[in-house]
Design a protein. Structure first.
Length: 361
């Protein structure tokens, strides 16, 4: 843990918390745009170190949570097809759609396999020429380039039994949709560290131009407290801008090579977000020259969207409009063992974070 320990130093955390308390002289509301921040704030009990005037709210930063119920249904439909193996990351298994979850599809006999990377799914297709392997491409700009690279590899190998159900989402259009939506009373954004390694700092400029402080932040307690202090200093100086706290991983220009691979294979398309509805140019689909790798086209999947589960407030939780305990189902009908909405399933979900670490609420 020697590389992590300096970022968990209790004395440094206390020092940062004191500086935050001194600077936070009025009620301030920051949104974390990454599910990993949501979970880290809860897991490390950071709210207990912060003054009551400083509030962190979750945003649409958990890729599993923002995957729409209709997209889950497409994955479930794939798992029900003869000769098709669905390859997915493990945290998608129990996410409920309108037609149940992938775990339920597997219990009905569907071939659903957990993989750890998109390349694993390509290997699977190579090892099983008699089956068609459909990989669920999920995540923001952090993972989309790896899915694109997997398609390029499958093409180079001449595989005709590999495809991708592309559920990837793009962060900047979601940020723009939040800014154009109802006033959320925000003072700033804790911007995602992982996504920003690829997209860089420029996409957050639109928020700074509207007077919101922005800090691209790492995920350890010292990172998050330092990020909060940087946000407060921007407000104190009256100079909202985009700063990088997570400089050990993020460069201002991001990763142009990763973006180039992503843009070579995918084009932006309108996409459905759980809780936010359809957002223009916020998803990715294979370009026409890669259409034979597009599972939605190859298998002619139904792209309609079912209604959200009755009573589930995920849509409001994902926009910072409600806290998980405000949902009447929280901890009652909806638990990690029996989730109603995706925010209770994902390891980055706000409801799962509250349920695991903040039971006092
Ligand atoms: Fe949805 Fe469950 Fe969270 Fe309520 S507690 S918002 S039902 S995931």
């Amino acid at each position: 843990m020697k590389h992590v320990d300096p970022y968990r130093d209790p004395a440094l955390c206390r020092e940062l918390a004191q500086a935050i308390a001194k600077l936070c002289r009025r009620p301030v509301r920051f949104m974390e745009l990454c599910g990993t921040h949501t979970m880290a704030i809860a897991r490390h009990g950071l709210a207990s170190l912060l003054p009551p005037t400083l509030e962190f709210v979750s945003g649409p930063g958990c890729p599993v949570c923002v995957t729409s119920a209709g997209q889950i249904d497409q994955a479930v439909a794939l798992a029900g097809l003869d000769g098709v193996s669905v390859a997915t990351f493990g945290d998608m298994l129990r996410v409920p759609g309108g037609q149940g979850s992938l775990a339920q599809a597997r219990s009905r006999g569907g071939d659903v396999r957990v993989v750890y990377s998109a390349m694993d799914a390509v290997d699977l297709a190579q090892a099983m020429p008699g089956r068609r392997v459909a990989f669920l491409g999920i995540g923001f700009e952090t993972t989309a380039p790896t899915t694109a690279a997997a398609i390029l590899r499958a093409q180079a190998l001449g595989l005709d039994n590999f495809s991708v159900l592309c559920l990837h989402k793009l962060m900047p259009p979601a940020l723009a949709a939040l800014l154009d939506g109802p006033d959320l009373g925000l003072d700033g954004f804790l911007c995602p560290g992982h996504v920003s390694t690829v997209i860089g700092a420029a996409p957050y400029q639109i928020a700074a131009e509207r007077g919101l402080a922005c800090v691209i932040c790492g995920f350890e307690p010292v990172d998050i407290l330092a990020g909060a202090l940087m946000l407060l200093r921007q407000l104190d100086e009256g100079r909202p801008r985009v700063e990088i706290q997570y400089a050990r991983a993020v460069e201002a220009q991001g990763n142009p090579r990763a973006r180039a691979v992503m843009n070579q294979v995918f084009a932006a398309v309108d996409a459905p977000w759980r809780g936010l509805g359809w957002i223009a140019a916020s998803g990715l689909a294979a370009r026409p020259e890669f259409a034979s790798f597009d599972a939605a086209k190859v298998f002619g999947l139904d792209l309609s969207e079912p209604p959200e589960p009755p009573g589930c407030l995920c849509g409001q939780v994902l926009r910072g409009l409600a806290r998980p305990p405000q949902c009447a189902l929280f901890g009652r009908a909806c638990t990690p063992e029996s989730p109603v909405g995706p925010c209770m399933v994902s390891s980055e979900g706000a409801c799962a974070a509250w349920r695991s670490y903040r039971r006092e609420d």
